[in-house]
Write a protein that binds this ligand. Structure first.
Ligand code: CTP
Ligand code: MG
Length: 247
């Protein structure tokens, strides 16, 4: 763990308080199962497996905070990394703000925050490690991103095209997004608004570095995404059975 060798302490904030309207399941999205575990549990397992996270703060829907069996299922699998669960808010930014407050409300100093969507349940631990390595190398804000496959167009309210940005300079941004703790804290305290954490930090005037993302860090948003995630995990389980390797 980070705080055992260089004095840094990495806290992962996991927004999991969304409703999952586009997925259309009967429960909040983070609690939807994939291969026997919830998306949230898989995301937390990935953070722990990275070996670079010292504390995990989950922001869950308020009515599920008391759901001991579900939440204990998460806590019991965590081993040496402590996991806290707090209520999220109406918007994702409200949830992240609640996570920052909870993380800072402990006696231990936080050097860096990772913000990592529960909905990116299959994110490889190696991507989490790479984000933290960049932070340790001195970057103050680091986000994974992938080249955009489709041509992107800007349109007006009628659907008429107003422009076609050069695709080669575009990146689709994933999580975990990593930040110096004080920077994220100050950006959230500034009263500025943005749709993602890196966007907020940019508006606050800080430099953000994009590193190569990973296709497996895709966000499970629609039923098609859920189908893909379930298929990938089932294949992984089959391969583990065949080879005798642990799942
Ligand atoms: N999230 C959150 N608090 C909110 C909204 C979203 O913690 N008020 C979390 C979601 O749980 C998810 C992540 O932010 O892990 C990314 O959001 P998104 O994929 O949009 O999830 P939902 O908001 O649940 O989905 P939808 O927009 O389809 O309702
Ligand atoms: Mg949403």
């Amino acid at each position: 763990m980070a705080d055992q060798h260089d004095g840094s302490r990495v806290v992962a904030l996991v927004p999991a308080a969304g409703r999952g309207v586009r997925l259309g399941e009967s429960m909040p999205k983070a609690f939807v199962p994939i291969g026997g575990s919830s998306m949230l549990t898989l995301a937390v397992d990935g953070l722990i497996a990275s070996g670079v996270v010292d504390h995990i703060v989950i922001m869950a829907p308020a009515e599920l905070i008391g759901e001991a069996p579900v939440l204990l299922g998460i806590v019991e699998t965590t081993g040496p990394v402590p996991v806290s669960v707090v209520s999220g808010g109406a918007e994702r930014t409200d949830s992240v703000r609640a996570g920052i407050a909870a993380a800072l409300n402990t006696p231990k100093t936080v050097s860096h925050f990772l913000v990592h969507d529960a909905a990116r349940a299959l994110t490889p631990p190696s991507l989490i490690e790479r984000v933290v390595a960049e932070l340790r190398a001195g970057q103050s804000a680091v986000v994974p991103g992938l080249p955009v496959a489709d041509t992107i167009k800007t349109v007006d309210a009628h659907g008429d095209v107003t422009g076609t940005p050069d695709r080669s300079v575009l990146r689709a941004i994933q999580t975990p997004q990593g930040f110096e703790a004080q920077l994220l804290r100050d950006a959230y305290a500034s009263g500025l608004h943005a749709t993602d954490d890196a966007g907020l930090v940019e508006r606050f005037g800080a430099h953000v570095r994009v590193i190569p993302g990973d296709p497996l860090a895709f966000k499970i948003t629609t039923p098609l995404d859920l189908h893909l995630a379930r298929t990938l995990l089932a294949e992984r389980a089959d391969a583990a059975l065949t080879t005798g390797l642990p799942r």
